[in-house]
Design a protein around this ligand. Structure first.
Ligand code: GLN
Length: 333
């Protein structure tokens, strides 16, 4: 009898662990919630596809997908989850992961900062008036400066190491969308100006144009909504990719990345976004957003039309509804 009881406990343990991941929700509830939220958001045609980078203007405003990936690698998908799009600013969190490992937490705090700027993501004024108290790794100048702290024997080696890191997060080999890269490299004078400005303050390491070019290449990496969910789930899973089982970033830095996402992941609407969803998240002008529920799962959305802050309009709406329906606010455990 005792043995039977023991066997029953052993058998039930994994079920219990899985139940904990999705809290008190069954698979069916998660699927239904996903379907309802998808239907509610699909008809929202607000926002405008980014066109300040010419290649991004080709984005299809109808595309919309949502993927949830749990820390045990289980996926829930709906909509356009296999369409490739440019990772854009979401790359900043994965570049930060490598820079933290290469240069350490203090270097990033000292040369980039973790301050909310209160100004647009590419503001020259922000870096001028904020010279003393710096910015954060998720605005352009902060990300370019962060990129400058990635180690390597030369520029190619630094880029190879960065792309390798992205691949580890995604659990597959990613590639640069060359048309996006070319278009962005031809029109990135503004970002170069930001990099030179931070270089003149003495914060940026090495050649500012080289750091800007590697940053631009990182923004042009193509991903799908599924990739993004796995990348986010790796952060939810303390840096261990739940699909490949590989530790891809040191555990100790995951909380740094999530902290920066919490304070600045959605630019100037990070405040209202966190207030409603309670989730660390990161958006990109390619239409992607990833949100992390630490220890449980990640949600990735993809839809190109952007709101006035530069965040996917459907994505923000879907994240908000999912967080409300599944009670995900991290401050309300
Ligand atoms: N590559 C874009 C830029 O530098 C990224 C901006 C974004 O996604 N918010 O402007």
């Amino acid at each position: 009898m005792r043995i039977l009881f023991f066997l029953l406990i052993i058998f039930l343990l994994p079920l219990n662990a899985h139940a904990k991941l999705i809290k008190s929700f069954s698979d069916e509830v998660v699927r239904q919630t996903l379907q309802t939220v998808y239907n509610q958001c699909r008809s929202d045609t607000s926002g405008k596809v980014a066109d300040y980078i010419p290649a991004l203007a080709k984005g299809d405003p109808k595309h919309f997908g949502i993927v949830i990936c749990t820390v045990d690698g289980k996926m829930y998908k709906i909509g356009d989850t296999d369409v490739t799009f440019a990772i854009e600013s979401i790359s900043k969190i994965f570049s930060l992961a490598l820079a933290l490992e290469d240069a350490g937490r203090e270097t990033i705090l000292k040369n980039v900062g973790v301050y909310h700027t209160g100004l647009p993501f590419n503001s020259i004024i922000a870096s001028d008036v904020r010279e003393v108290i710096l910015q954060n790794p998720l605005v352009n100048v902060g990300a370019i400066t962060t990129t400058s702290y990635i180690n390597g024997t030369d520029s190619n080696d630094k880029w190879r190491r960065e792309l390798d890191k992205f691949n580890l997060f995604a659990g597959r080999k990613l590639t640069v969308m060359e048309d996006v890269f070319r278009s962005e490299a031809e029109t990135n004078q503004h970002n170069r100006a930001l990099a030179w400005q931070f270089s003149s303050f003495g914060y940026l390491k090495g050649d500012p144009d080289d750091a800007t070019l590697r940053y631009t290449r990182a923004c042009s990496v193509g991903i799908t909504c599924k990739d993004l969910a796995v990348m986010g789930a790796t952060l939810a899973n303390q840096g261990c990719n739940p699909v490949t089982g590989k530790q891809v970033v040191k555990k100790e830095f995951v909380r740094d990345i999530l902290s920066v996402m919490t304070i600045a992941g959605l630019y100037d609407s990070t405040g209202p976004f966190f207030f409603r969803t309670g989730l660390p998240a990161k958006s990109g002008v390619g239409g992607g957003i990833v949100a992390v529920v630490p220890g449980r799962f990640a949600i990735a959305t993809f839809s190109p039309p952007l709101d006035k802050f530069g965040n996917s309009a459907r994505g923000v709406k879907a994240m908000t509804k999912l967080s409300e329906n599944l009670e995900l606010h991290v401050l309300n455990p």
